[in-house]
Ligand binder design. Sequence first.
Ligand code: ATP
Length: 438
Amino acid sequence: MFVAIDDTDSQDRMCTTYLIYRIIADGRYDIIDEPQLVRLNPNIGYKTRGNGALNICLGKGSGKTNIIGKISGKYVYSYSRIEEEPDVNQLMDYVSSIVDEFYVRDDDKTNPGIVISRTKFNEELYSTALQEDINIEFIENYLRGRAVYKKFKTGHGIIGSAASLAWKGQRYTYELLDYRYPHYTGLTHEEKMEISKIPEKYASTFNNIDTVNGYPAIFPKPKTPVVMGIRGIVKNDLINIYEEIQNFHKIQDDGYIIYRTNQGTDDHIINNPDYISDMGSYAVTGVISGNPYTIEGGHSFVSLNYKNREIKLAAFEPTKEFRKILLSLVPGDIVTAYGSYMAGTLKLEKIRIRKIATLYSRENPLCPVCNVRTKSKGKADFRCPSCHRRYKTPVYREINRNVSEGFYEVPVIARRHLAMPVKLNNYFYGSGIHDGVM
Ligand code: ATP
């Protein structure tokens, strides 16, 4: 039986993944397959942090076993098959008691929702939840007759819960989340930076550390039960990295769970759409149609002609050194821009410069007799200051552009959970680089 939970945390407290940890730690049900952490529309206003929803399959399991975590020093396993489904009402009572115990009550924005279903849902719901703002009535209608659900307060969380059950997981990565309840405070910033370098040594991991901006990305900023989160594509590497970190710097934790996730997959990106709507995320290929500029606050912009409409590409101040790339673009450059769209502006997550326009500088010709630069005396009139010979045509010289074709992405400090890091292009798309389009 699939159980999905969302919207139990607030900006600075708790983390919905911790509730899944508690369910697993209780050991009341067997776990079937891998627990899932599903990120949804990154443009949704009511998200607290990364708009993530969770689901897990519970029951009596059989078949092959697979490590999904380590709790109190012992590995925890899941089964590959479900042998016996649990009673839905009992399951709902149990999961509700966990949500009831841990959700952040005193925040209006925290509105938990639980969905329990024997089957997963149609993938269309997942795609919609990545692009649009779905209303709760739509989800309640959708769930009627399909699943049971429970709302706490407004119960807005049933939207994310239901959508997470519609993720089929064709493309996926893993995240190992390590916990300490209520939270772990034993590390200085310098220690966090040092520890973050450990996963960075493994080619299969991503978004660990931003050395330029001094940001240890595996450690969350708010005080939640999450000690650290390590992302990667090879589960065994994550298990080894955890042990390496513990050997390097003993962290007093309760245990960790490894989630299968849609993080780093670009699942939210629609390639070259005919229609672009607010709240959606896209990859659009077009021609740069204006000169870049920066406004107060350090936000940089440039316009792109995409299918005969103008889109403003934005690299906001938090994207730090990435803004230099945007500022190096000139009219005529052909690019594919990736990001989320709102009110005419595409907030960039990455950009692929496909073709650099050739720029020329116009210079007065040299006098071939005296080898001296001529002086301009009017239109098509260049005179040698030495012998006074006249020449009609200027010289055009190619300007060396300080940028090369290829992919550029925002630094780790500004990266979104769903955005596919450039280093994963090959993993997901093989040698045929992800064009986005064409
Ligand atoms: P965290 O990352 O710490 O888990 P969060 O950013 O996921 O926090 P939530 O507390 O889960 O934030 O709140 C997100 C809310 O948005 C939930 O109520 C969820 O049901 C809802 N939601 C998610 N996707 C959509 C969507 N496409 N349309 C409408 N509501 C959505």
